[in-house]
Design a protein around this ligand. Structure first.
Ligand SMILES: [Fe+2]
Length: 375
């Protein structure tokens, strides 16, 4: 009795490729398979078999061992097939009544080894096993593929949500920087300008996107500690007393204490803490030197000086970016990190001038810096 493949879960339109150069064997196999409504193609050389397999539509290969050796030595055909199509079921039919050959072929990944002349029941049993296994592994592969797709798409959604959240946080930080500027009218727009200058220098230094974001957040918030300084000191027109100066200088540490508790801003807090340090160790509050000072703070120091020099002060009017360039170059190695000064010197004054004008003319609104960070 011939086993019906459909009753064993095999699809009627399964595609079978037969590699057989012997005409009698070809017609025997074709006849047996056609009873089962399988789509059968026959080729007579290993080369033609590979050409056919390249279409990707073959579910099972039945190869005559002698025919498959055509052009390939020994077990070369099976080896090559396994390299290119590791999951394709392979039934070998052979006239070699030798156990060693059969074992070798099976070890190389053949699904079955049948002796000629092929018996119909044995062939259909082997075909049923091979195709059932093929579809089970295909289903498994499809399932794994759909799982990978689902994970990839959810990871992407999560990443986008995090990016939106991060951008929303940066909008808030930028607005906070603006609010701090408003308290001290003398420096309106200062936070935005120093942040823009700092971002430009950090990028020119080739820092990573993540590092630039951290540095920009430190720049937005560098004076956040001034929230805790009394107006009588912060807005005092005349010189400060020693105790007032100490109180004013505490804004670095106050800012650090506020931000350090927020994991998202903990590294930016280091920049806030160190933003008044000088490269030679003569700054405050800790008198840090050289690379002890966070790189972001060393970049910020140049941006801050550039903005101070090119902004009006009650006791003098704004000076040019040319003037700023000379002063900053003169401070290399003492106030400023000479490596960062070198990078700053490569950027033309017209670039800084343009940023300043854009901000003054309100072309750069709240969120512009935050959006630039996402780019
Ligand atoms: Fe400050």
């Amino acid at each position: 009795m011939i086993p019906q493949l459909r009753s064993r879960g095999v699809k009627a339109d399964s595609s079978v490729l037969v590699l057989e150069q012997d005409h009698h064997a070809q017609s025997t196999i074709r006849k047996i398979l056609s009873h089962q409504h399988l789509a059968v193609d026959v080729v007579s050389s290993a080369e033609d078999a590979f050409t056919h397999l390249a279409s990707g539509s073959v579910d099972l290969l039945i190869a005559g061992f002698e025919s498959s050796r055509n052009g390939l030595s020994g077990l070369g055909f099976v080896e090559k097939l396994r390299e290119q199509y590791p999951h394709l079921p392979l039934i070998i039919t052979s006239s070699v009544h030798d156990t060693e050959t059969a074992v070798s072929v099976m070890r190389q990944g053949a699904t079955d080894y049948l002796l000629n002349p092929v018996h119909e029941v044995q062939l259909m049993d082997a075909v049923a096993r091979a195709l059932t296994h093929r579809f089970a592994s295909k289903q498994q592969e499809d399932y794994q593929h759909s799982l990978v797709q689902a994970v990839t798409s959810r990871t992407q959604m999560l990443r986008e949500a995090l990016e939106e959240l991060e951008q929303a946080c940066d909008f808030t930080l930028e607005a906070l920087g603006d609010a701090l500027d408003l308290r001290d009218r003398e420096t309106e727009g200062h936070s935005k300008r120093v942040t823009a200058y700092t971002i430009a220098m950090a990028r020119a230094m080739g820092l990573s996107t993540q590092a630039v974001k951290v540095i920009a957040r430190g720049a937005f918030l560098h004076d956040i500690g001034k929230m805790g300084i009394a107006d009588s000191i912060l807005l005092k027109p005349g010189p400060l007393t020693i105790s007032e100066r100490l109180e004013m200088n505490s804004h670095c540490e106050r800012g650090y204490s506020i931000l350090k508790k927020i994991p998202y801003l903990s590294e930016a807090a280091e920049i806030v803490y160190a933003h008044q340090e000088r490269f030679d160790g003569s700054g405050y509050p800790r008198g840090l030197k050289g690379e002890e000072i966070h790189l972001g703070a060393r970049i910020f120091a140049i941006a801050d000086a550039m903005d101070a020099i090119t902004s009006d002060r009650p006791y003098r009017s704004a000076r040019s970016f040319d003037h700023a360039r000379k002063e900053i170059a003169g401070g290399a190695g003492t106030q400023f990190d000479p490596v960062v000064v070198d990078v700053y010197m490569t950027i033309p004054n017209s670039f800084w001038q343009q940023i300043r004008e854009d901000i003054l003319q309100k072309h750069i609104q709240v969120g512009t810096m935050a959006r630039a960070l996402q780019a």
